[in-house]
Ligand binder design. Structure first.
Ligand SMILES: Nc1ncnc2c1ncn2[C@@H]1O[C@H](COP(=O)(O)OP(=O)(O)OP(=O)(O)O)[C@@H](O)[C@H]1O
Length: 269
């Protein structure tokens, strides 16, 4: 691995006894309680759990938008105190500037960092090509489908050469077919760039298709219900998905999330 490749490879993400909360006193809402977690460099890590348990807050803590009340959130050993280009985030909401073209949206980060126009535009065009959007550089977000807008969002995160890609239910608004294509795209980005990916989803099938590991969280204030390795080769074909072990992991995930949603007790050993 060259020095540059080493520079670009994924970062280690760690939570050390981290408690995440909003507000104070009687208005305090604790989302995540005393979480200790180690996500390896270049791991594809999925988080599932009941609605409102704090999955997005976890991603925001890694991104540096939310500081832990107690404990630490570390990226390559350094506390994540503020957002930075080493952590790119894509969510379900569209956050593209509607008045900028796809190219200018993607080139916006480098523009803010003072990268000259020809260089940033060339990099943005290259990434849009990689996302399958050649020919749409001059299109505005309103002229693109939901899936195409998400491709632009991903390109906008990738142009900063992040070591960690944070994806917050990025495909939940897309139809099943587009969603499957986008999942393949994210896998290919991850495999090519060796990034660490932290992916939040409500969809266990999506997590099973993508993840090296699945973290199942309980209801708020959430704690870890299970941390399940999904050690299957990719692509995960129908044969793999139908195997008894694979189905058993999926079933366990589903039961844990359902119990979490209804407040039931942890029943599986
Ligand atoms: N800025 C904020 N101020 C106060 N409370 C907040 C804030 N952001 C989130 N919360 C609360 O924290 C809790 C966790 O929210 P979060 O969005 O992290 O959950 P989630 O698991 O991602 O939910 P969902 O699956 O529904 O997207 C919720 O109860 C939410 O109302």
């Amino acid at each position: 691995m060259s020095a540059r490749e080493h520079d670009l490879a994924g970062a280690r993400v760690q939570f050390q006894n981290a408690t995440l909360a909003f507000g104070h006193g009687t208005r305090r809402i604790e989302t995540v309680h005393d979480l200790t977690l180690d996500i390896a460099p270049a791991e594809f890590f999925c988080i599932v759990g009941p609605s409102g348990c704090g999955k997005s807050t976890l991603l925001k803590a890694i991104a540096g938008y939310h500081r832990p009340e107690r404990g630490e959130v570390l990226v390559d050993g350094r506390p994540s105190k503020e957002p930075g280009p080493d952590r790119g985030m894509v969510s379900q909401q569209h956050t593209l500037f509607p008045w900028r073209t796809a190219l200018d949206n993607v080139a916006f980060g480098p523009k803010m960092r003072g990268i000259p126009a020809p260089e940033r535009q060339e990099a943005a065009a290259r990434l849009l090509g990689e996302m399958g959007l050649s020919g749409f550089e001059r299109s505005y977000p309103s002229q693109l489908s939901g899936g195409m807008q998400q491709r632009v969002e991903i390109a906008r995160a990738l142009i900063n050469e992040p070591k960690v890609l944070l994806l917050d239910e990025p495909f939940s608004a897309l139809d099943a077919e587009t969603r499957r294509v986008m999942q393949e795209l994210v896998l290919s980005i991850w495999q090519t760039r060796k990034l660490t990916v932290v992916f939040v989803t409500h969809d266990i099938d999506e997590a099973m298709f993508l993840a090296d590991r699945i973290l199942v969280l309980s209801r708020r204030p959430s704690e870890v219900r299970a941390d399940l390795p999904v050690a299957y080769e990719r692509p995960r074909t129908l044969d793999i998905a139908a195997s008894a072990d694979f189905v058993a992991i999926k079933r366990r995930c589903l039961e844990l999330v359902r119990e979490g949603s209804s407040g039931g007790k942890f029943a599986l050993g």
